[in-house]
Design a protein around this ligand. Sequence first.
Ligand SMILES: Nc1nc2c(ncn2[C@@H]2O[C@H](COP(=O)(O)OP(=O)(O)OP(=O)(O)O)[C@@H](O)[C@H]2O)c(=O)[nH]1
Ligand SMILES: [Mg+2]
Length: 387
Amino acid sequence: MTNFIDYVKIYCRSGKGGAGCMHLHRAKYLPKGGPDGGDGGKGGSIILKGNRNLWTLLHLKYQKHIMATDGGKGGQSRSFGKDGEDKIIEVPCGTVVYDGETGAFICEVKAHDERVVLLKGGRGGLGNWHFRTATNQAPRYAQPGEPAQERTVIMQLKVLADVGLVGFPNAGKSTLLSVVSAAKPEIADYPFTTLTPQLGIVSYRDGRSFCMADIPGIIEGASEGKGLGLRFLRHIERNAVLLFMVPATSENIAKEYKILLHELEQYNPELLTKARILAISKCDAVDEKALKKLKDSKALKGLDIPVVFISSVAGTGIDELKDALWTELNKEKNQVIEISHAPIDITAVEREEPEAKEENEEEGTIYLNEVEEEWDLDKYKGIGWDE
Ligand SMILES: Nc1nc2c(ncn2[C@@H]2O[C@H](COP(=O)(O)OP(=O)(O)OP(=O)(O)O)[C@@H](O)[C@H]2O)c(=O)[nH]1
Ligand SMILES: [Mg+2]
């Protein structure tokens, strides 16, 4: 896919804080009106935001610089400087961000609407109004704004997905994705509802997660171009595990599975080297007796792959399925070698914990690279900033 861009390098800079104002109020009959310099505005931040509708980093390919605007200066009469505007960079879920110089891991944006503050805008300086005291009624200084932060970052899309769904149209692939992830794929009872691949992040226990790719249904003869053909299979070529799906209502599950397998082989025999799990979907649609028969079925046991019985509608078997997928994903032999475009040393990766939140910080947003330094007023005293 020529438009599939999974690596970009961008120079980012947040906005600096606006300077506080040094101003002494003067009026005709009020020669000593006192200090009235206002505070500077906050600089804009660089924020990453997950967007499940994005599949590549193509939209960032030609963006070499992303800069937020500076905060405005404070003014007289205690007027506040304008806040700089944040720059929000929308990225596909599963975007990993590294330091462009050291290759160190910075953060990962996993979920839709997840926001990560990559570079925080500088705080505005305080105006001299703040520094008036009983002994100094006309302070001739104000604070400068906090400086901007800058960083060149590398953004990389993670391996496209860890688990790829394989099944005939209507097998319930998209329904499963919608149940295990936040993805909202189209679901309908006609074949070929899904026309383009969809990705979802599946949360597993203890904050761990993996990625699942839903691709259009495959039919017998797809390798000869029937249905939507097999071109979508390239989306699961990088998957570690293939999850085959055949409905419990199917007349011959083992046969359907073998047809799917055959089509995959026609496309790329290497696909058959991947770990496979078979999920029997729509188990709610058959009665208990039929289900028991399926569970005891020799034909299914003879397939020699893990079989899980699920119903996305009733929610049964979903946890077992996730367990089975997780087990396979973590087997050494199933680890897909990450496609890397840069000498990123992932062993040096460290995740920074978000710092304590300030009042005006938004709930649910992760803040990185917090400036730890105390806002030392004395440091700036007497420099006559903005005088
Ligand atoms: N009873 C029952 N119906 C289900 C279940 N899962 C999916 N379905 C129904 O099966 C139909 C097909 O579901 P989809 O999820 O769109 O199937 P798909 O495999 O994505 O189909 P394509 O995108 O066309 O390949 C829909 O009408 C779903 O409501 C289930 O667990 N139980
Ligand atoms: Mg679908």
